[in-house]
Design a binder for this molecule. Structure first.
Ligand SMILES: [Zn+2]
Length: 776
C-alpha cells in the first residue's frame, strides 16, 4: 500500500458512527407542520435584498464559535456580491427585529416552536429554514453552520464553485426566498478526496471536505504499517527472534508474533510514549507492515484458524492495545492477508478498521462485478462487526494520469455501497498531481457524492458541464456517455493500473477516437468566442491526445502508428509530431506536473517522444531476426515477447509498452543475422523507474562471432545511474567500434538480482526492462 505511505494528504477524522441513512431527507411530520405554518402566514415572502438595500441583519450567537463567525462573513460577502448590499453582522444580545438571518447555535432559536436538534446534526449537519420573515441556518458542532451557508448559497441563490478558479455568483436585483425547510446530515462523517482542488481552503469548505489545506494530519498520531515502529526489529530481532513472525519455520522480522504477550507489552509501552508526545491526535495506527509474511507459530495459527482469517490475531492484538487507550481510536488495516473479517471476534468500539479497494475493477459497480465478490463480502462482514470503518478508494487511472478513464458511472453506486455497510469515513484517492482527466469534474462529483450518495448525479454532472464548459458542455457530455457505453459494450475490465492500449479494441479504437475528436471539434467551435472556456475544452481533450500518442508509440506503424512510409523512408507522421508539442504545451499551461503517478513531467514526456522520433523506425541488421535466449530459461518469457527485442519498436515511459521484462535475472541472448555482415555498432535500450523496482542492468556486454561458436567480447558498458534514482530514466547502452565481420551477436545484460533491504523494493527481484537490440 505504497500510496498510503507516500500520499501527502491530511487526515482529520471523526468518531462518528452513522448507521442509518438519514441524509438529505426532510422529516415528513415537520414538513406537514411547516406547510401549515406557511399557509397561516401565507404570502409572507422573504426579500433579503432589493435594489441594493436590505432590512436584514445577520445574527450570530453572543459567544459565536470561529466557524460561526466565518459562516457570517461568508454569507455577508456573497450577499454583497449578489445584491450589492452588505448586511450588518450583529450578536444575538442586540435588539430583535422581524428581519433577521439567524446563524449558528443561536440564543434566538431557543424560542422556536420546534427547536433545532443539534445532537441529531452531529458535527457537520445543518438546517436551513424560514420562520415567518426570518431565515435560519444552524448547524452541528464543527462546521455545520458554515456548510449550511455554502449549501444555502448554492441551492437557493444559484452560486457555484466548480473549481478554485471557476466560481459563479449570479447577481440579483431582488433576492427573494420562498418557504424553506431543509435538513442535511451526511452519512459519511469523514470525507476526503485527493485532488489539488482540495488545497484551496474555500473549496474544501464549500464542498464539505475534511481536508486540511495546510497539510497537517492533525488527527492521526501514527499512520499505516506501524508494526516496525512499535516493535523495532533492529532493537529486538537479534535478542528476541520469537517476537517476530514465524515464516515457513523461521522467525523473520517481516511481521510481529501477535500472540506473544511480551510483544503486546512493548507495543503498548512504545505507543504510550508516542501518544505522550502528541496527546491531541485521536487516531493511532497499530497495523501490519507492507508484506505478506505473517506469523504462523502454533498460537497465532490456532487463533487464525479459529477465526478463519489472519485478521483473528490482528484484531485480538489490536483490541488489547485499544483497551489500554480508551480515549483514543486505534486503527488497524484490513488489508491483503488480513482483509477477511474474523468469524467471532469483534473490534472494540475504539478500534478503527481501514479497508482498501485497490484490487477492484472500475468498469462496473463493485457489487455487480463478480471479481470483486470477495471484497464486497469483506466490506459487508466488517460492516456488521465494526463501529468505525474507513475505506480508501481509488478513482483514476494511476499509470496514466492524463488518460481516458470512463469510471464516472461507478462512483455513485460504490460510495452508496460503502455508506450502506457502516463505512463512516472515506478517502477517494484521485490525482495527487495537478491536472489529470476531468480533474475538476471528478473532484466536484466525488465531493458531492461523499456528502450525499443519493443525489441526482446526472443533473449535478450536467450542471457542472454547462457551468464549466458553457455551450461545449453538451458535446462533452456526449463524449462521456459514448465512451462509457463503448466500455460496457467492450466487456473488458477497467483497471486503475491499466493503459489506453488496453482499450485499443474496446472504447479507444481508431474509429471511436475519431468520433470523440469530432465531438471535441464541435465543442471547441461552440465556445470559440471565449478564450477562457476554449482553453478548458482543450484541456479536456488532453486525454484523447494522450491515448492517441500512446497507441502510436505502441504500434509504431499502421493506421494508428507513429511512422508512415514516405518515398520509401519511414517518417514520423506530422499529425503526431504536432500533437506531442500541442499536448506538452497545453499540459504546461494547465500546470500538469506529471503524466504518470510517480514520474514523467510533460517535458520529459515530450523528450521521450522526441527520442523515439530520432531513433526512428530503424530496420537495422538485427531487425526481425530471431533471438535465441540462453539465460534466463524461457519459462517466464514467451516467443512473442522475445520478438519485441528485434521488432524495431522502442519503449518509453510506459513500462507495459514495447518492453521485455527480466525479473532479477541476467539477459543472455544470441541473434543470428543470417549472414556475415560488417558490424560497427551494437546497442540496447533500458528503463529505470526505481520506486517501482524497474532498474537498469549493472553492466552490458556485447560479443560478436562469425561461426556462432567462438565469441569475442567487443565491449562492456557499465551502468552509472544509481538505483536510488526513483524517477523515470531511459538509457541506451551503445558500443561503437571499427567495422568487423559478424554473423552472430551476443548480448549479456547483468541484472542486479534482488534489491537491497533499504530500497523500496526491499529484497525483491529487480526488473530489468529491455526494448530493442540494435545492430548496425
Ligand atoms: Zn505468532
Amino acid at each position: 500500500m505504497r500510496h498510503l505511505i507516500q500520499s501527502t494528504y491530511i487526515f482529520r477524522a471523526f468518531l462518528v458512527s452513522l448507521i442509518t441513512l438519514i441524509c438529505i431527507k426532510s422529516v415528513p411530520a415537520q414538513k406537514k407542520l411547516n406547510k401549515k405554518r406557511s399557509e397561516n402566514k401565507s404570502e409572507q415572502k422573504i426579500i433579503l435584498a432589493d435594489n441594493e438595500s436590505s432590512r436584514y441583519n445577520i445574527i450570530i450567537p453572543k459567544h459565536a464559535t470561529p466557524n460561526e463567525i466565518k459562516a457570517a462573513t461568508v454569507l455577508q460577502e456573497y450577499l454583497l456580491q449578489i445584491s450589492g448590499t452588505a448586511l450588518p453582522v450583529i450578536t444575538a444580545d442586540k435588539r430583535k427585529t422581524s428581519y433577521e438571518i439567524i446563524l449558528g447555535q443561536n440564543e434566538r432559536l431557543d424560542e422556536l416552536a420546534s427547536p433545532v436538534n443539534y445532537k441529531f446534526l452531529k458535527e457537520d449537519g445543518f438546517v436551513i429554514k424560514t420562520d415567518s420573515l426570518r431565515l435560519i441556518i444552524a448547524g452541528g458542532n464543527e462546521k455545520g453552520t458554515l456548510y449550511g451557508v455554502y449549501s444555502f448559497l448554492e441551492k437557493y441563490l444559484g452560486c457555484r464553485m466548480y473549481s478554485p478558479k471557476v466560481k459563479i455568483v449570479p447577481q440579483q436585483k431582488q433576492v427573494l426566498l420562498g418557504t424553506i425547510d431543509d435538513r442535511q446530515v451526511p452519512v459519511i462523517g469523514f470525507r476526503d478526496t485527493h485532488y489539488r482542488t482540495t488545497w484551496d481552503a474555500e473549496y474544501t469548505d464549500w464542498h464539505k471536505l475534511d481536508h486540511d489545506p495546510t497539510g497537517a494530519r492533525t488527527d492521526w498520531g501514527m499512520w499505516v504499517h506501524t508494526f516496525n515502529e512499535l516493535v523495532p526489529p533492529q532493537m529486538y530481532y537479534q535478542s528476541h527472534p520469537e517476537y517476530f513472525a514465524m515464516v515457513k519455520g523461521t522467525r523473520l522480522p517481516t511481521q510481529l508474533c501477535l500472540s506473544n504477550p511480551a510483544v503486546l507489552e512493548i507495543a503498548v509501552q512504545n505507543l504510550r510514549k508516542e501518544i505522550a508526545q502528541n496527546p491531541a491526535a485521536k487516531y493511532w495506527s497499530v497495523s501490519q507492515n507492507d508484506n505478506k509474511d505473517y506469523c504462523t507459530c502454533d498460537r497465532c495459527k490456532a487463533l487464525d484458524e479459529r477465526e478463519g482469517s489472519p485478521s483473528g490475531s490482528i484484531i485480538n492484538f489490536t483490541n488489547q492495545v485499544a483497551d489500554q487507550f480508551p480515549d483514543k481510536m486505534i486503527s488497524t488495516l484490513a488489508y491483503e492477508y488480513g482483509r477477511h473479517a474474523p468469524k467471532t471476534l469483534k473490534p472494540r468500539d475504539n478500534v478503527n478498521i481501514m479497508l482498501c479497494s485497490i484490487e477492484a475493477y472500475r468498469h462496473k459497480p463493485i457489487t455487480d462485478d463478480t471479481s470483486s465478490a470477495e471484497f464486497v463480502k469483506d466490506v459487508e462482514d466488517w460492516g456488521k462487526i465494526a463501529k468505525d470503518i474507513i475505506v480508501w478508494d481509488y478513482v483514476i487511472q494511476f499509470n496514466h494520469l492524463v488518460s481516458p478513464f470512463p469510471n464516472l458511472h461507478v462512483l455513485q453506486p460504490n460510495i452508496r455501497f460503502f455508506a450502506e455497510n457502516g463505512v463512516n469515513a472515506m478517502f477517494e484517492q484521485g490525482n495527487r498531481e495537478v491536472g489529470g482527466e476531468f480533474a475538476a469534474l471528478r473532484s466536484y462529483l466525488i465531493s458531492k457524492l461523499l456528502w450525499d450518495p443519493y443525489l441526482d448525479i446526472d443533473s449535478v454532472m450536467n450542471d457542472f458541464l454547462l457551468g464549466y464548459y458553457g455551450a461545449a458542455g453538451k458535446p462533452i457530455r456526449e463524449y462521456i456517455d459514448m465512451m462509457r457505453e463503448e466500455l460496457i459494450k467492450g466487456g473488458k475490465p477497467l483497471r486503475i493500473f491499466g493503459s489506453p492500449n488496453e482499450a485499443a479494441l474496446t472504447y479507444l479504437t481508431p474509429v471511436l477516437i475519431s468520433k470523440y475528436n469530432q465531438l471535441f471539434d464541435e465543442a471547441e467551435k461552440l465556445v470559440s468566442d471565449s478564450a477562457e472556456i476554449l482553453e478548458r475544452v482543450r484541456i479536456a481533450r488532453l486525454p484523447l491526445m494522450y491515448a492517441t500518442m500512446e497507441q502510436a508509440k505502441k504500434n509504431f506503424t499502421g493506421e494508428s502508428g507513429l511512422f508512415e512510409k514516405v518515398n520509401g523512408n519511414w517518417e514520423v507522421k506530422t499529425k503526431i509530431r504536432n500533437m506531442v508539442d500541442e499536448f506538452t504545451d497545453l499540459c504546461k499551461r494547465e500546470g500538469v506536473t506529471q503524466v504518470k503517478e510517480w514520474s514523467t513531467s510533460p517535458e520529459e514526456y515530450r523528450s521521450a517522444m522526441y527520442r523515439i522520433f530520432s531513433q526512428g523506425m530503424n530496420e537495422h541488421l538485427a531487425y526481425g531476426k530471431k533471438v535465441m535466449l540462453i539465460s534466463p530459461d524461457t519459462a517466464g518469457i514467451n516467443a512473442m515477447e522475445l520478438k519485441m527485442l528485434t521488432d524495431g519498436k522502442r519503449g518509453s515511459h510506459d513500462d507495459d509498452n514495447n518492453w521485455v521484462i527480466f525479473a532479477g535475472k541476467d539477459l543472455e541472448a544470441v541473434i543470428d543475422l543470417g549472414s556475415v555482415e560488417k558490424v560497427r555498432k551494437i546497442g540496447s535500450g533500458y528503463y529505470q523507474l526505481g520506486f517501482w523496482l524497474r532498474l537498469l542492468p549493472t553492466n552490458v556486454e556485447y560479443y560478436t562471432s562469425v561461426d556462432g561458436k567462438k565469441f569475442d567480447l567487443v565491449e562492456t558498458i557499465k551502468n552509472t545511474l544509481p538505483i536510488d534514482q526513483y524517477g523515470g530514466y531511459l538509457r541506451e547502452f551503445n558500443a561503437e567500434f571499427a567495422p568487423r565481420d559478424a554473423r552472430y551477436i551476443k548480448v549479456r545484460a547483468r541484472s542486479m538480482g534482488n534489491t537491497p533491504g533499504w530500497h523500496p523494493g526491499a529484497g525483491r527481484p529487480a526488473n530489468m526492462l529491455v526494448d530493442e537490440i540494435v545492430v548496425e
